[in-house]
Every structure is written in structure tokens, then in C-alpha cells.
Design a protein around this ligand. Structure first.
Ligand code: MTE
Ligand code: MO
Length: 514
């Protein structure tokens, strides 16, 4: 037992040395050259679709945390095993580390932004890790701590040997942690794009002016504000490390089934005519009553103009957009050309895009879920066909097309609130982007459906607040809501899961009135 746990400890601290050194060395090279996120992305890529779908259903937006913790657990087991099997004479543990090194190098150099230097952190990290493992194993085998032919049995373990070995482990662990944390801090400073973001001056937008949303916001306590502040805007993406791309590094290529390929730099954009529009963005994974939806004022350049300049060829029916981190979305071409305000956005609520929302540029398309349209950190737009290309989530079993389903949410009162009898405000938001919202109805218990008041319409591309004054009587009550879109169609009561093309069903809330 003593044998094993000390050897396992040697394995763990050696693995720590691998990661610490690799983190430090990756700092000047780039965050995508660090082994853990690279291997993590490969794991995601290779995970069977069924398992991945199960994980997303189970863990929702914390799926990345779960992936990370799983990787940590697997690493701990592998590292302990490496330590246990390592012998001075038979370096099986070192061989295990070397295998990890090869996988890690492969994962790093195949990243979309990789250069050959991306191999360096894994190679140096694994070299140091193996050296540490050899050194600690050698120490163990020369000491009284493990049973070796030439050493006494563990019954006669020397306290001095144990103390010396644990001292070596502790020192190595401390150095590894220092290297890792130092590398993290250095890396995030080296790759910090906030200076680039601070330097962006958003253009002022000429006519047509933004409609003033007076009357669009009831300002009812507990009700989501009409415009969602950037800090509260939901964030969904597959990035384990948020891409850090400066305006100088960014460029956009428009190619594929076009007459003229276009390549734009960030500076080129300033020669173009910007628009500013309020658009509600929603995630297909938003469950009934969920908050993966937000409304912002986006500033950008119409995609239609860009596509027409490139000259779309007949036969094309899809636009495949790709981000710097290789996320892809497939957007129906007709949606981008039908005159709606689909744009290449650079501003969000009067600021340059926040880094986590796609700085320096992303797509925003009214009426479609984010997974088929809202590519953040977008650098490539290919005009193609649905029968030739598949996008990230489509490959994973989600629908090829993702029009937003009519929906609504009850923001107040909250689920299972305890309220005082009397006049109460029931309020929420309703959306059916690019069809608009005509009305919202409320049902108390099994009573009749009654019209709620709805806020002014800023455009058919944004959500609308609704409110309903209710004379609440004592007892337990169920409040239900349903919206009707601009075409006159009322949202269905049929309950559907978020997979494969968005949830349906009426939201409800249960309250206790005293
Ligand atoms: N590069 C990149 N862009 C992406 C994604 C992604 O994973 N990577 N996710 C999409 C999805 S599923 C949604 S719902 C929206 C969310 O945008 P937000 O994070 O700004 O709210 O971004 C889209 N754009
Ligand atoms: Mo999404």
C-alpha cells in the first residue's frame, strides 16, 4: 500500500509539472497551444453524438464545466497509474506520459489558428514531466520507502527518507503550480484584446434613426428590461477559452459560390454604411421559461450588401459562417437576402462587441436561432449549399434550419411565490422574431384566456413586454401565458423538448395567495 500511494503521488506531481510547464510555455505562443483546452476540444469532437446530446441535456450550459471536471478526473487517474507502473528499469509511466504528449501535440498543431510552435508547450511539458517522474521514482527505489530487491522491506521505512521524498514532492508541486498560475496570468495579459477593443470608435449611424422605444419598457419590478444590458446578456458558445482576436488580426473572407471573392479588414469596414437595429437573439436550447434569450441594439453592416457585392451564383442556398475557433453555422441564403436586417455586427448596446459576445465581429440574423446564424468571432463566410456542407450543431443532430418558434415567458410573479391577495401585476416578455407579436393572453387556473396589455412594438424583430393586472384571491393558483405572432398564429400548447429545433409549450407559474 505504501509502495503504491507514494508511487501514485510521484505520478500526480509529475503530471502537475507537465501542465504547469506547458501552461507557462504556452503563454507567449497563444492560449490554443496549451494542452488541456486543445485535448478538450478534440474530446468534444470525437465524443459520440448520442453521448454528447445526453450530456447537453443533462448538464445544459454547464456542459463545459462537466467536461472540464471529467478531464481533470481522468488526468488524475492516468497520472496516478503512470506513477504506479513506473520503474527505474521499466519506464512504463514515462511511456504513458509520452503517449499523452503525442496526442497533445496532435491536438495543438491541428487547431485552426495553429503554427508549428504550437507543439512546443506539450513537448517541453512532457519532457519535464518525464524527468520529474524518473527523478522521484529513482529516489523512491533507492530509499527504504518501497520494496526493491536491494532495499529493506517497508516495515523498516526510515522517517528521514519519507520526509525527504515528501519534501521533493512538495517542492515540485509548488514549482508546477507557480509555473501554471504564472503562465495563466502572463498568457491572459499577453493575449488581452481589451486595448484593441478600447481603441474601436463605433461609427455614428445615419438615417433611418432607431425608433425610440418609449412605451416599450413597462419597468415593472421583476420584469426583464426591454434592452438587456451586455453584462446580463446570456452567453452560449463551445469555446473553452474565449477567442482573443484584435481588430488588426481580424479579417473576413467571403468566398465559395460567388463571382468575386471578398476579403475585408476591420479598417475596410469604416468605408461602408452601417445600420443599427434592436434584435432579440435566442438560443435553441432555451427551455420554456428559460433565460437564454436577450434583446440588444446591434450596430453593423448589412450582410445582403456584402453578399451582393460578392455576387451570389445560382444554385447556392446556404451560407456557412466559420469563427476563428472553428465553430460553424449554416444559414439559409434566402433569409440573408430577403431584406431583413441580417448583419455583420461590431457594436452591442453602444459599445464594441464584448469579447465573449464575439469581438471584433459576429453575425446577427433576426428570426433564426443563434446556432444557425449568430457566429461570433466570425472570419469566414462561404456561399454554398445545404447538400454540400454541414454546420457544427447540424452534425450533432440539431435541425438544419432554425427559425425561431413563437414563445413567451412569465417573469413575475416567480414560480411558487407567496403573495398578498389583491391587485397583482403579472408580466413577462413574448417573442416571434421577424413575425412580430400581436398579442399575449393569460389564463388563471382553468379560467378564460384574457388579453394582456402589450408594450409598444419597436420592430417585429424584437420581443415585447406584456403585463396583466390580476385581482388575486386567496388560494393556490396556476398562471399560464400564450402569445400570438404577427401572422395570427398562437403558440402551441404541445410540449416539445429543445432538441432538435427548439422547445414549445405554454409557460406557467404557480403561486400561493394569502
Ligand atoms: N464562434 C461561436 N459562435 C457562436 C456559438 C459558438 O459556439 N461559437 N454559439 C451560437 C449559439 S448556439 C448562440 S445561441 C449564440 C449566442 O450568442 P451570445 O453568446 O452572444 O448570446 O451564439 C452563436 N454563435
Ligand atoms: Mo444556441
Amino acid at each position: 500500500m505504501v509502495n503504491r500511494s507514494l508511487r501514485a503521488l510521484a505520478g500526480l506531481v509529475s503530471a502537475g509539472a507537465i501542465l504547469g510547464v506547458a501552461e507557462l510555455v504556452s503563454a507567449p505562443i497563444g492560449p490554443n497551444s496549451a494542452p488541456l483546452p486543445a485535448v478538450g476540444d478534440v474530446v468534444v469532437e470525437l465524443t459520440p453524438l448520442g453521448l454528447e446530446r445526453w450530456a447537453i441535456e443533462q448538464f445544459g450550459t454547464s456542459d463545459k464545466t462537466v467536461l472540464f471536471l471529467t478531464m481533470v478526473a481522468v488526468s488524475i487517474v492516468v497520472a496516478a497509474v503512470a506513477g504506479i507502473v513506473e520503474r527505474r528499469s521499466r519506464p512504463y509511466g514515462s511511456a504513458l506520459f509520452a503517449v499523452f504528449g503525442v496526442l497533445s501535440v496532435a491536438a495543438c498543431v491541428t487547431r485552426s489558428d495553429a503554427s508549428p510552435t504550437y507543439a512546443v508547450p506539450s513537448i517541453l511539458g512532457v519532457a519535464v514531466g518525464i524527468a520529474v517522474l524518473r527523478w522521484l521514482t529513482g529516489k523512491l527505489e533507492q530509499s527504504t520507502l518501497v520494496d526493491a530487491p536491494e532495499a529493506p522491506t517497508s516495515a523498516q521505512v526510515s522517517v528521514g527518507d519519507r520526509r525527504e521524498f515528501l519534501g521533493m514532492v512538495l517542492a515540485t508541486g509548488a514549482v508546477a503550480a507557480f509555473a501554471g498560475i504564472g503562465g495563466r496570468i502572463w498568457g491572459s495579459n499577453a493575449r488581452d484584446v481589451s486595448a484593441s477593443r478600447d481603441a474601436v470608435r463605433l461609427p455614428t449611424v445615419a438615417a433611418p434613426p432607431l425608433p425610440a422605444p418609449t412605451g416599450a419598457d413597462f419597468k415593472v419590478p421583476g420584469l426583464a428590461s426591454y434592452v438587456t444590458p451586455n453584462s446580463q446578456f446570456y452567453r452560449i458558445d463551445t469555446a473553452l477559452v474565449v477567442p482573443q482576436l484584435t481588430t488588426d488580426e481580424w479579417s473576413l473572407r467571403i468566398h465559395g459560390m460567388v463571382d468575386r471573392e471578398i476579403r475585408l479588414s476591420f479598417a475596410d469596414l469604416s468605408a461602408r454604411k452601417p445600420i443599427e437595429r434592436v434584435v432579440t437573439l435566442a438560443c435553441v436550447s432555451n427551455p420554456i421559461g428559460g433565460d437564454l434569450i436577450g434583446n440588444a441594439k446591434w450596430l453593423g453592416y448589412p450582410l445582403k450588401d456584402l453578399l451582393e457585392e460578392a455576387g451570389v451564383q445560382p444554385g447556392a442556398d446556404m451560407v456557412l459562417s466559420t469563427s476563428i475557433d472553428d465553430f460553424t453555422a449554416g444559414t439559409p441564403l434566402e433569409v440573408l437576402l430577403d431584406g431583413r436586417d441580417a448583419m455583420l455586427a461590431i457594436g452591442m448596446n453602444d459599445e464594441p462587441l464584448p469579447v465573449s459576445h464575439g469581438f471584433p465581429a459576429r453575425l446577427v440574423v433576426p428570426g433564426l436561432y443563434g446556432y444557425v446564424s449568430a457566429t461570433k468571432w466570425v472570419t469566414d463566410i462561404e456561399v454554398t449549399r445545404f447538400d454540400r456542407a454541414k454546420a457544427y450543431w447540424t452534425k450533432r443532430g440539431w435541425s438544419e434550419r432554425g427559425p425561431i418558434k413563437t414563445g413567451c415567458r412569465i417573469d413575475t410573479p416567480k414560480w411558487s411565490s407567496e403573495l398578498q391577495a389583491g391587485r397583482l401585476m403579472v408580466a413577462g416578455v413574448a417573442w416571434a422574431q421577424h413575425r412580430g407579436i400581436r398579442g399575449v393572453e393569460i389564463q388563471i387556473d382553468d379560467g378564460p384566456w384574457q388579453q394582456a396589455r402589450i408594450a409598444d412594438e419597436v420592430s417585429i424583430d424584437t420581443w415585447r413586454q406584456w403585463a396583466f393586472e390580476w385581482d388575486a384571491e386567496p388560494g393556490r393558483h396556476v398562471i399560464r401565458a400564450r402569445a400570438t405572432d404577427g401572422t395570427g398564429e398562437t403558440q402551441t400548447s404541445d410540449e416539445a423538448d429543445v432538441v432538435p429545433d427548439g422547445a414549445t409549450g405554454w409557460p406557467e407559474t404557480t403561486v400561493k395567495v394569502e
